[in-house]
Design a binder for this molecule. Sequence first.
Ligand SMILES: O=P(O)(O)OC[C@H]1O[C@H](O[C@H]2O[C@H](CO)[C@@H](O)[C@H](O)[C@H]2O)[C@H](O)[C@@H](O)[C@@H]1O
Ligand SMILES: [Mg+2]
Length: 906
Amino acid sequence: MTGKKQRIINCVSQLPYKITLDESSDEWIINPATGNSALYSSLEYLQDSSKYEQIVVGWTGEINKKNITKAELLKRQIENEKLASSSLNKNDSKQHNHNENTATATPGQDDDKLYVTNEQMDNLKSKINKNYNPVWLLRSRNQSRWRTYAENIIWPLFHYILNPAKEVNLDSDGSDTNNSWYDYVKFNEAYAMKIAEIYQPGDIIWIHDYYLLLLPQLLRMRFSSEIGNNLTIGYFHHAPWPSYEYFRCLPRRKEILDGLVGADRISFQNEQFSRHFVSSCKRLLDSTSKKEKNDIGKDQYNVSVYGGDLIVDSSPIGVDTEKIMSEAFTPDVDSKVDAIRQAYQGKKIIIGRDRFDPVRGIIQKLRAFETFLAMYPEWREQVVLIQVSSPTLNRDSPQNIRLEQQVNELVNSINSQYGNLNFAPVQHYYMRIPKDVYFSLLRAANLRLITSVRDGMNTTALEYVTIKSHDSNSNCYGMPLILSEFSGSSSVLKDAIIVNPWDSVAVAKSINTAFALTKEQRDKIQEKTWSEVTSIKSWTDRFLEKMIQIGHQAESQDRKKTPALNRPVLLENYKAADRRLFLFDYDGTLTPIVKDPAAAIPTARLYSIMEKLSQDPKNQIWIISGRDQAFLNKWWGSKNKHIGLSAEHGCFVKDIGTPEWVNLAKKFDMSWQVRVNEVMEELTNKTPGSFIERKEVALTWHYRATVPELGDYNAAELKKQLLEFTEDFDLDVMEGKKNIEVRPKFGNKGEIVKRLVWHKYGTPQDLLKPLDQTLPIDQMPDFILCLGDDFTDEDMFRQLNSIETRWGKEYNDKRNKWGNYGFYPVTVGSAAKVTVAKAHLTDPQQVLDTLGLLVGNVSLFQSAGTVDLDTRGHVKDSESSKKSQAASVAYTLKRTGSSTSINKKG
Ligand SMILES: O=P(O)(O)OC[C@H]1O[C@H](O[C@H]2O[C@H](CO)[C@@H](O)[C@H](O)[C@H]2O)[C@H](O)[C@@H](O)[C@@H]1O
Ligand SMILES: [Mg+2]
């Protein structure tokens, strides 16, 4: 490749470091993080790439502290306390946002609290790879809180565990879960902020794994619509994606899908996971999908989320085969292999190495081994199982403590039954081991046994096959692998010995079979499995090549994605405005689409929100619908006098505060109705389940309840027949949502909107009077939220866009602080819907959440939106942000003894 390198913004849940702050020297100690080796080697590979320029964004992880004496700590605390309290207005400290209540940054309150100055932040940045951008989340005493939702709610469920891995104490209102969800949203928002700082047009954003499920959509919200539309976002899911029956148990299932479908491509470890994901989208988001085979013969779905476009596929991750080979075959590892062989001379060695958690199937492995020794007495004292279990961060969770007890019991039982004073057939090591020891175990193994009951890939299987591909003086080549069918790697290593870990007899038999394989048989299997291992380089290249292709396709097709409505900005603008106009479509916007039009009635929640909105004297509310007067009167006119109504797509209007309807179609000849009715009746007779809705002016033929293919076919037929004569009557034949509607051309929803905007705000309407387009801008609305789902609502959006353009010329100096006039034309539906609206909300549920946000019924984080964070990870301008900044200043002063080094950042 010549010229400029393609920039990749690679987002990982944590930078590949373990970071410690040595408080006595103020120095950072940086060590490589453990785990995630495949992902981290992909980062390493990209770092040296000649084709790509990689920018990594990741959380610092929990920052450890080291080496400060108690006396020094106390001294610092006292001094810092004095400085911090003098830097703050004490009265402010009472105004705590409840979401920030754990975020106090006043030094001295807690030994565990971490203080990081701006200089230290800069210092860290200079010590790590220059392209690595830390996401700072310093606002908590408990740094692990950022993991809670991902690790205790999402992770277990994605591994088919319905009980949370860590028991949480729920208040009666579920506030613990709410708090951890809030943290999860904030975690994702912190990334969106950081990316917004570094993004350049043309960048590809690559997001990894379940900590960042909301990030794709948050990014589209964070950027202006022009940039937001053109972002190219890929997401790779490293964990399993469960079947819909499990996924649906997640309380925030819909928010999570909404977050994720902001990506252009979502990729999984295997086809099964991608199928599960597509099925969840179908059931929860009402998406449709088209399956095809991609260029490597794998299933690829073109998913239409509310009619949108998104690619869902699978691209199983690989391992850094070259690095593994170079690290596993060194003289040092050679001698370790010899030592292991020596220790178990004459015995077959089975190696197990897993994270110590319930899904890795350690219990199943021990049971199978026990069964093996019981079934095949000839192997007793001839085989050793060396099981290394690495502790997880959840080591002290009740589940893991229980697991530890069970494992210990099983190990003791096997060793007492089949061992003797000189030999224990199970050697269990509950510890982390260094890489060279791990490699020496893999090399020494006669068999590798992986019995996980659920995992995304299990790259250790790939590492084993890699190591066994090399012949060496330690007879390492081609020793077999027994692999659980529930491990993600079983869909890649199809030629390994695949077992059901729950069937201990079958696993026992497989162990026996594996030991009985001849060298020729083993070599053959090895040749095949080795050919199935992907290197991390080709995995990375393949993923990115496809993303580049997606980016180009988007450009060439001029495919625009409508960004999600930026609700925090909407809220701010709403609060700042004095003359607010709300223009709501009804069906599909305020209520979900249902089979029977008569059943689409307002919910109590909708009434209560509309009541609150309409009681605010700064608000004018209008429902502009295709429904007739009778329907709108029954459900709105008779319930809330403060709402203006427009029926039949602008044919009738009822002003706010009056029961009278004005008929704008009065002068129109209605003789066409007879003919249209005849044609519609004829098609109704041919289409069981269809019916005609007869309104005062318009006629609507509904076919939602018909056999879909017949309904679609006859709808096309009806349209064809109608178009043969409706032109003569100046009629529009419109395709709605499973309906065909005929109405006069003269008016539309856009005409009503025009009238409502060019009108002295808050005064009664005289609908028969011509428009006064000389009105000064400060007599017209300064905030307009217009929501609609249908094609007919595009007239409203178009009208608002054209008024905005006109005002841009005439009132350029009257823009608000966001540089516009407070117009929000918002379509209800997918991001990819063809629309002239500036933003989208996915469905009526989101509409209600958004309106709820304006009237204070829903808090921002429940609704999920972007908020601004400072560089330290606090909500910008919040109490905790100020405190943290003050604490940082205090700490800097204390350290330097001068005010000159205070960095103004943050
Ligand atoms: O402008 P709107 O307020 O969105 O009204 C448009 C049409 O909505 C109704 O039909 C649609 O919604 C029904 C209820 O969910 C559904 O059963 C039907 O299939 C949809 O087409 C209404 O019946 C029409 O009169 C409106 O013109
Ligand atoms: Mg509608």
